[in-house]
Design a protein around this ligand. Structure first.
Ligand SMILES: Cc1cc2nc3c(=O)[nH]c(=O)nc-3n(C[C@H](O)[C@H](O)[C@H](O)COP(=O)(O)O)c2cc1C
Length: 205
């Protein structure tokens, strides 16, 4: 995290991959640098390195009769970082047309009742969100439609908009494993993937 300033907007970049040497982490770090260069104070949340436990437990089950409920300390530490952010950028691989458990558990536990939804004035009002998904399937694979539907449905509408963030977008970087590509063709492919991520990030600048 860079030095704090009262005036800088804050970006929370969430890495939803267990490996620091993954392409996902590389895209996330590139995104963080781009946001910082664009004037954000960037908080990088590497869920695995910070040993976030994605398993929901009794302490973090929502109590719909009490939106003031005190959740676990871990959840309150995390929601403070979410609330401090002007933009939230989860970066993750698509696994079985969904979020990896690490990131799904962060949403399940931290984006909880009373903390992100369930209030007449949304605690998330005014924030923006960009979901960056890396998908192994080629863009023209018929099953890629399932990934697009997941990004636009459960992520953009079901989570972001539901929690009071209508200004949300989701971008997919397809063919993230560069299947069958070698040499210059492979290099060009990855330049294009990075450029697609950069263009999505630039909308936030
Ligand atoms: C458990 C698992 C499930 C996966 N499911 C999908 C999927 O549903 N759709 C898809 O396009 N790619 C899928 N993939 C491929 C990953 O999206 C791909 O390996 C990843 O984006 C590569 O980025 P990384 O090097 O950062 O892991 C899956 C990979 C794993 C390991």
């Amino acid at each position: 995290m860079s030095e704090t300033s009262e005036t800088e907007p804050v970006a929370l970049v969430v890495i939803g991959h267990h490996r620091s040497d993954s392409l996902t982490a590389a895209v996330a770090e590139r995104t963080a640098k781009r946001l910082a260069a664009g004037g954000y104070r960037v908080d990088v949340l590497h869920l695995e390195e910070e040993a976030f436990d994605p398993r929901n437990g009794v302490a973090d089950e929502p109590d719909y009769g009490d939106r003031e409920k005190r959740y676990s300390e871990e959840v309150h530490r995390h929601i403070a970082r979410v609330h401090a952010a002007d933009v939230i950028v989860p970066v993750f691989p698509v696994w079985w047309y969904g979020l990896p458990a690490l990131l799904k558990g962060w949403i399940d536990r931290v984006w909880n009742y009373g903390l992100t939804y369930g209030r007449s004035k949304s605690p998330m009002a005014g924030k923006r969100m960009l979901w960056i998904a890396l998908a192994g399937l080629a863009e023209d694979d018929p099953n890629s439609a399932l990934t697009r539907a997941f990004l636009d449905g459960p992520l953009r509408v079901g989570i972001s908009a539901y929690c009071g963030i209508p200004d949300a977008t989701a971008v997919a970087l397809f063919d993230s494993e560069g299947q069958g590509l070698t040499g210059a063709e492979r290099d060009r492919h990855y330049r294009e993937l990075f450029a697609k991520a950069d263009a999505a990030v630039d909308v936030l600048l």
